[in-house]
Design a binder for this molecule. Structure first.
Ligand code: PLP
Ligand code: CA
Length: 306
């Protein structure tokens, strides 16, 4: 937005903010938890919103887990969330393969440069995947002996889907590139996050892997996660939410706030993840500013429960 973000720092401000919306879309990492640690009072805050009749959905750019595996992560924190309330960038990529590329399940195949989330979501739609976590790709690259190259490339592969891959190595990059050099193979990315935070460290994100494949191939991937508006469209189609009564809650300007702002949703930034108060108040930032911000999501609960 163009006006100055409103800081939520009183019970009155929190209540007014909550009353503006029927639905909240939550980014996960940096908002609800950091890696495997749930942030304080997050459960209480979600319960408060549910008690007020709000619809809650969860929208993550983490492509490494399927929606089902994400539901289990919520369960491990004692938060009950159904699979159909979760949207991940790997699911968004699978929807793109099916609905935009119109690949034929059972016939067309997908080469995966990424983890189980991508493989599982494509598998649920009936697509056979190659590559991914296949342990034969852990072997050092040998162009003459790679089992993925000796009998030539699989002509049924019609798409490469790339996302975060903590096993990424030269073998995976090299075979991915062979597919990307084919003109009948599409190039899809789950997300382009440059980094992600883990246990006090900043680690290379999916964008750093996608960009190395873009550099090698001279091609540009279609990125399906936030801020791509197709992801929002698929959420609206699946849930019937009213965008004008929906707020995106996130910790990152260039993904979450851009996603919400471009979709004409309300936007609420929390400071428990990537961004600092300086970042959002700095008049020079080129990134989308939120309409609202607060130190943490839990302030919605803490400020109103006194
Ligand atoms: N990608 C990966 C691999 C991650 O591990 C994370 C966070 O854990 C993210 C992206 C960002 O996820 P979110 O959109 O929930 O902040
Ligand atoms: Ca986040």
């Amino acid at each position: 937005g163009s006006s100055l973000p409103i800081k939520i720092d009183s019970a009155d401000a929190a209540e007014k903010f909550i009353d503006n919306y029927d639905t909240f879309l939550f980014d996960c990492d940096g908002v609800l938890w950091l890696g495997s640690s749930l942030l304080p009072n997050v459960s209480e805050t979600l319960s408060l919103l549910r008690a007020k009749g709000k619809n809650l959905y969860f929208v993550t750019n983490n492509s490494t887990k399927s929606r089902n595996a994400y539901a289990k992560k919520f369960e491990s924190f004692g938060i009950s969330v159904r699979e159909d309330q979760i949207f991940t960038s790997s699911y968004a990529a699978a929807l793109y393969v099916r609905d935009s590329l119109k690949l034929e399940p059972g016939k067309d195949k997908v080469w995966v440069a990424g983890e189980a989330g991508i493989i599982d979501e494509l598998g649920l739609m009936g697509y056979e995947t190659l590559g991914g976590t296949d342990p034969r790709l852990d072997e050092p690259f040998d162009s003459q002996n790679s089992p993925f190259l000796v009998n030539s490339l699989d002509p049924d592969v019609k798409c490469v889907v790339a996302g975060l891959d903590t096993r990424i190595n030269y073998h995976r990059l090299a075979v991915s590139l062979q597919y990307l050099q084919r003109t009948d193979v599409s190039f899809v990315a789950t997300n382009l996050d440059s980094t992600f935070p883990l246990k006090g460290m900043t680690l290379p994100g999916a964008g750093s892997i996608v960009q190395s494949l873009e550099k090698a191939s001279g091609r540009t991937a279609v990125a399906c996660g936030k801020p791509n508006q197709n992801m929002l469209k698929s959420i609206i189609a699946a849930t019937n939410i009213d965008p004008s009564r929906t707020c995106m809650v996130g910790d990152r300007l260039d993904t979450d706030m851009k996603f919400g702002s471009e979709g004409r949703l309300g936007t609420f930034l929390v400071l428990t993840g990537i961004e600092t108060e300086n970042n959002i108040l700095n008049p020079d930032t080129q990134h989308t500013k939120p309409q609202y911000y607060a130190g943490s999501l839990s302030l919605l609960y803490e400020l109103t429960n006194v």
